[in-house]
Ligand binder design. Structure first.
Ligand SMILES: C[S@@+](CC[C@H](N)C(=O)[O-])C[C@H]1O[C@@H](n2cnc3c(N)ncnc32)[C@H](O)[C@@H]1O
Length: 268
């Protein structure tokens, strides 16, 4: 229904609107009803109808919805990402991203997954359980020791900094035995550290596989505006002039991802 901007006033000076297809609305409108009409009009500018069943949001509106939901999700940590478990083990990831991980793993069937940043081990266990359905092993590296990490025959935990020569030597040794290798960077989120990891670990990713940089949403992309240069900025610098990797935005298909710009595909 198209609402035309035609209006007349009743004897009591209350506006009466003309609605296309309906005629003059022969009733008196009160301020709250007028506000309701205005808000409907405003809302109608936020989407366009493609066909009878399909409505598409205008890009500015869509971006705002996604950004607002992302901020809501992030700020509600105790309810959302700080309260997410894989088989009882805390995992600091959005379930939409975990689903993307699952799809990537099904497509690649990696022999080896290298994860930097273990924390409690929820993501390592998730990756290992996905491997249970097909194949593969997981190396998970963390600078901090945690006693209660899940034990699984496919997971090897390395203790130390992801960028230390000793850890890298061990990782490279294991990498030699694998063909397809997927890398997930989820440790120290400062730009300097992530950029260092990107340079050291990108060589280990096999062609056609992914280098996933977690938490690129920090520093205002769109959360934690005052974080300072972080994973997003590291990816930007890494990709500048890099012809081996491309940003695969198809993996951001669920709109909400903690890794915007963070799914990097090795193309050569
Ligand atoms: C965001 S948490 C990892 C979350 C985990 N991957 C998950 O999804 O549940 C970051 C982890 O990185 C670890 N870390 C910080 N600096 C590191 C470094 N230089 N090398 C390896 N791990 C590091 C921290 O101890 C922390 O456990």
């Amino acid at each position: 229904m198209l609402i035309m901007p035609r209006i007349r006033f009743s004897k009591k000076h209350i506006p009466i609107f003309y609605i296309e297809g309906t005629g003059w609305l022969d009733r008196e409108w009160y301020p709250h009803q007028i506000l309701g009409l205005i808000s409907q009009l405003v809302e109608a500018t936020q989407w366009r109808r493609i066909d009878k069943d399909h409505i598409e949001y205008r890009p500015w509106r869509l971006n705002r919805i996604v950004r607002d939901f992302h901020k809501l999700y992030y700020k509600s940590m105790t309810r959302t990402w700080g309260n997410t478990f894989w088989f009882g083990v805390p995992v600091a990831k959005c379930p939409l991203d975990l689903w993307v991980y699952q799809e990537v793993m099904f497509q690649l069937k990696p022999d080896l997954i290298i994860e930097t940043g273990t924390a409690k081990g929820g993501s390592a266990l998730f990756l290992a359980n996905m491997c249970d359905l097909e194949r593969g092993e997981v190396i998970s590296i963390d600078i901090a020791a945690v006693d209660i990490r899940p034990q699984h025959r496919r997971i090897t935990y390395f203790l130390g900094s992801s960028t230390s020569p000793e850890i890298l030597r061990q990782v490279q040794e294991r990498r030699k035995q694998a063909n397809t290798c997927l890398v997930v960077l989820d440790s120290d989120h400062s730009k300097v550290h992530v950029l260092n990891e990107l340079r050291l670990y990108s060589n280990l990713v096999s062609k056609g596989s992914y280098l996933i940089v977690q938490d690129t949403n920090l520093n205002g992309h769109p959360v934690l505006e005052h974080f300072g240069p972080g994973p997003w900025e590291a990816v930007e610098e890494f990709l500048a002039g890099n012809t081996d990797f491309i940003h695969d935005e198809h993996l951001e298909k669920f709109y909400m991802t903690q890794n915007p710009l963070g799914f990097l595909k090795k193309i050569r």
